[in-house]
Write a protein that binds this ligand. Sequence first.
Ligand SMILES: Cc1cc2nc3c(=O)[nH]c(=O)nc-3n(C[C@H](O)[C@H](O)[C@H](O)COP(=O)(O)OP(=O)(O)OC[C@H]3O[C@@H](n4cnc5c(N)ncnc54)[C@H](O)[C@@H]3O)c2cc1C
Length: 565
Amino acid sequence: MAESASSTTTARQGQMFPTLTPADIERLRRFGEPRSFAEGDRVIKAGEVAPGLIVILSGEVEITQGAGRDQRAVIVTHAAGQFVGELAQLSSRPALVDGVALSPVEGLVIRSDRLRDLMVQEAELGERIMRALILRRVGLLESGASGPIIIGRSDDADVLRLQGFLTRNGQPHRALDADSDPCAKTLIERFHIDPHHLPIVLCPNGQLLRNPDENALARCLGLVRPIDATKLYDAAIIGAGPAGLAAAVYAASEGLSVIVLDCRAFGGQAGASARIENYLGFPTGISGLALMARAYNQAQKFGAEMVIPDQAHDLSDRAGENGGGFVLRVGTDETVQARAVVVASGARYRRLDVPNLAQFEGSAVHYWASPIEARLCGGQEVALVGAGNSAGQAAVYLASHVGKVWLLARGGSLEATMSHYLVERIRAQPNIAVLTGTEIVALEGHEGTLTTVRWRNRATGEESAHPIRHVFLFIGADPNTDWLAQSDIGLDAKGFVRTGPDCGEGRHGLETTRAGVFAIGDVRSGSVKRVAAAVGEGAQVVAALHAYLARTGASVITPATIGRP
Ligand SMILES: Cc1cc2nc3c(=O)[nH]c(=O)nc-3n(C[C@H](O)[C@H](O)[C@H](O)COP(=O)(O)OP(=O)(O)OC[C@H]3O[C@@H](n4cnc5c(N)ncnc54)[C@H](O)[C@@H]3O)c2cc1C
């Protein structure tokens, strides 16, 4: 078997695989149940939900990853005092690795709900365990040897879509290029796959999916589970961007039962930011995905239930039921019942007004600038459209990976719409060319392959053609409120959700025209479109939720508890 060591594994071995003291284990006992494993037993199996976090009291468990017996790589061998587990065990998701008892093992199994209790009740010990679980996930992401295997052409729009989905959701995976990777060729032959039916995805549970949509892939991986339609949550939060995640963390940590839905991935627009430099407390900046992954894990630690990806379609009253509340129609045929609803559905990117845009989206026209796109465009010239901070960040990020960035803006200068620090950074970057007063007028190519981009100087009318294969669009966003069309929620002229005293008598500042329905973050009319503002509103809305639930007699938590640290 091959040895596998990610850079995180090597650098932070002690934190990743800590050995608990006998005193630590005594404190853990009340959360777990004893269990014995015989030599050779599968303690955990990739693709299957593990019984929980397993603290080893005696014996040894070998943890391996990878597909096929000859490709298995040993990650670590756990001995007495160590524990088997990874982030998946925090929320009863299927394991990503295999664990086999190398000798008879006596263990303490801590189920995921008890693990969350432990994290809250045993702060210092919980912190050590949580850090280990997070580092282990980072290690799996870095090693790229566990999780599903995507097989297809590396520049295929569906391969990029699936890779993007898994990356944005913090899921380890591998992508094998069907044209050049010998393993990919072997698998294609073994499963008799017609090249026209690529990409395929091999899931850890052995299932083979042909070009699945994100929801089908997530269900196969066990990321989405059926929603309990009979359960009445205190709050349903629509959107897992910074606003929704902040609301989930504060609401769940204060004892409310919370369900969070997102139709794409956790992190929202912030998850697409290459580097956030203006969020308080991160002087060196942090990638949006890293910041949002922390919030996502934090919300799960406090017991918020995550349903990603699944879309909320509409919102109506829980007619005829005692205690009022709301019903959300979700996905194809599911429902969520909640006493209160928090709309945190943010905004979605605007599209360019050229007729054949759709045929290049995904393969050549991108709305994110992540390492996946940077790799795809390595050394090439790219065009990037936009003049806001998101465009500036993406231009600076891409400039260190591509040959040249043409930054195109319709307006006369970047200064009016972009932060000063970004304008300065762009000026200092020799391979970014800024063309103001310029707009794209045509995209040329065929079958998803872009060959030429035409742009026009708006003042002179002069047009020019450029051999560019990738275009990035950062041209603003519209509110995600289509799903509220039938819900009788008041919107402003631009489609953002109205909130505040004007919406009805006694309304909280974040409450909409329907009592008990709140709106926070970018989707809210008049909000400041920033991560910090979204997070602030997420925290603030929890006080409003408590007050509403207490007012409607639905909560044992009274307004007196609001403001407690
Ligand atoms: C590339 C980029 C870079 C940025 N950089 C910065 C920065 O450096 N600093 C800064 O302060 N701000 C930055 N911003 C702005 C910041 O990201 C947003 O203000 C912030 O993300 C808004 O958070 P939100 O939670 O309100 O909404 P969003 O982040 O838009 O999240 C909304 C979520 O709701 C989900 N959703 C929508 N409709 C539904 C539905 N019907 N059902 C289920 N889910 C749904 C979406 O999938 C999404 O995940 C950047 C934005 C972008 C695009």
